[in-house]
Design a protein around this ligand. Structure first.
Ligand SMILES: *[C@@H]1O[C@H](CO)[C@@H](O)[C@H](O)[C@H]1NC(C)=O
Length: 246
């Protein structure tokens, strides 16, 4: 294992913690290690639905993410979008993580996960044009991804603390690949229900147009939240306890 001992400032408990008692552990030299890790990761994320007090991890259901602001673009969609108080529902429900691969030498953890339904519910503000049609409004929005595959690549590094080696996620890249996206914007056009319904219908018939613009910022916010959660565990539990060799 390549050891990168940097001058890391780790805002974590200074004493080593044991893995959460309900975490399934896999031995690195066991057969079917990747399958074991995929199953362990699935159960670990599901167990975090209600949070994890000793690790100061807040509940994942729902998960609050940062405000998202998306500017105007030059493409067919030219509009300003703002999402506040965004809550994510469904990331742990019926979750299945698969294709888990860990390269301990390069410090890369890669996986795919499947979720039947993930909802972004937020207070939105939107103003601009979509395919030449004006759109404007503010209120509650609900953007739901169905049969979502999330491809995740975590790039990590190791560091030493009090004679123990720990992992730290440097980057947490996610890519959302939903089978279908549904969009709902309440109170468009100052609550004009006829125009509002027409626009919602139009948006759903062209859901990839708007989602294409939302996807990047959503993936980024999601990755930031999950990097933090991962590090809440990685930087507190020594690596050889979380990923025992034998
Ligand atoms: C969001 O929309 C989806 C799909 O229509 C629906 O199943 C879900 O209940 C909605 N969520 C909320 C919180 O309104």
């Amino acid at each position: 294992m390549k050891t990168i001992v940097g001058l890391l400032i780790i805002a974590a408990a200074s004493t080593a913690l044991d893995p959460p008692s309900n975490f399934k552990l896999c031995k690195r030299n066991q057969p079917n290690y990747n399958e074991c890790i995929a199953d362990a990761a699935t159960k670990a994320v599901q167990s975090l639905a209600g949070g994890l007090k000793p690790f100061k991890i807040l509940p994942l259901e729902p998960l609050t993410i940062d405000n998202i602001q998306i500017g105007e673009s030059d493409g067919s969609v030219s509009l300003m979008q703002e999402y506040k108080n965004t809550q994510l529902y469904g990331i742990t429900k019926d979750l299945v993580i698969k294709n888990y691969k860990i390269d301990f030498d390069k410090c890369i953890l890669e996986s795919d996960s499947y979720s039947p339904q993930v909802e972004f519910v937020a207070d939105y503000k939107i103003d601009g044009k979509i395919l030449l049609l004006p759109i404007k409004g503010s209120g509650k929005s609900n953007i739901t991804m169905f049969n979502l595959i999330t491809h995740t690549v975590i790039t990590c590094e190791t560091f030493e603390k009090k004679g123990e080696t720990y992992l730290k996620a440097k980057k947490y890249d996610v890519k959302f690949i939903p089978e279908k996206v549904s969009l709902r914007f309440d109170n468009l056009f100052n609550g004009d229900s006829i125009l509002g319904e027409q626009m919602n219908k139009f948006l759903n018939e062209n859901s990839n147009l708007l989602f294409k613009e939302l996807q990047g910022p959503y993936e980024e916010s999601f990755g930031l939240v999950f990097r933090k959660i991962t590090n809440d565990i990685f930087t507190r539990v020594p690596m050889n306890k979380l990923f025992p060799l034998t």
